[in-house]
Design a protein around this ligand. Structure first.
Ligand SMILES: NC(=O)c1ccc[n+]([C@@H]2O[C@H](COP(=O)([O-])OP(=O)(O)OC[C@H]3O[C@@H](n4cnc5c(N)ncnc54)[C@H](OP(=O)(O)O)[C@@H]3O)[C@@H](O)[C@H]2O)c1
Length: 129
């Protein structure tokens, strides 16, 4: 299970954070497909959080932000929604504001991902012994 969020829209204030989330998202998409045929029975779960009221925005971590603990969704609301997704057995769990982008362009991205990989699989079948 991994947390990814800023894979969808990067923030100018933190290019490294956003790049790491984007990389993680692509890694998760591929890993899930690779593990579908085993070994074992492994479910790769990705949570797409919105901003959540954790310590991430505290002065300790981001001293230029005032009252950072108030930014985003209350933690209990986030954990309740995430838990509902986990209990339902979902492998992709968008929460709060992340639902809009997940149900929008993320679906287009994943459609393109599956389409391109089906194409590559055919090509590889023709070009491998
Ligand atoms: N909060 C948000 O708005 C938000 C939104 C989207 C995604 N996320 C993602 O959600 C994940 C959790 O973030 P959070 O909001 O819960 O942040 P947080 O309140 O700052 O918690 C981060 C946790 O990670 C631990 N940690 C930090 N560096 C570590 C290391 N090198 N090795 C082991 N543990 C380490 C910290 O432990 P210590 O306290 O002991 O340092 C802390 O328990 C992150 O990947 C974050 O990018 C957060």
């Amino acid at each position: 299970m991994q947390y990814a969020d800023r894979d969808q829209v990067p923030m100018i204030r933190c290019p490294n954070y956003c790049a790491s989330k984007a990389a993680l998202h692509h890694f998760i998409l591929v890993l899930r497909e690779q593990l579908k045929n085993g070994p074992g029975n492994i479910q790769v779960i990705e949570i797409f959080p919105p901003a959540v009221q954790t310590e991430l925005h505290d002065a300790k971590h981001q001293p230029d932000i005032k009252n950072g603990g108030q930014i985003g969704m209350p933690l209990k609301d986030f954990t309740d929604a995430t838990w509902a997704g986990l209990a339902a057995g979902k492998d992709q769990i968008p929460v709060g504001m992340s639902e809009g982008s997940f149900n929008g362009w993320e679906q287009e991205r994943q459609k393109a991902f599956h389409g391109m990989n089906a194409h590559i699989a055919k090509m590889m079948a023709q070009h491998s012994e």
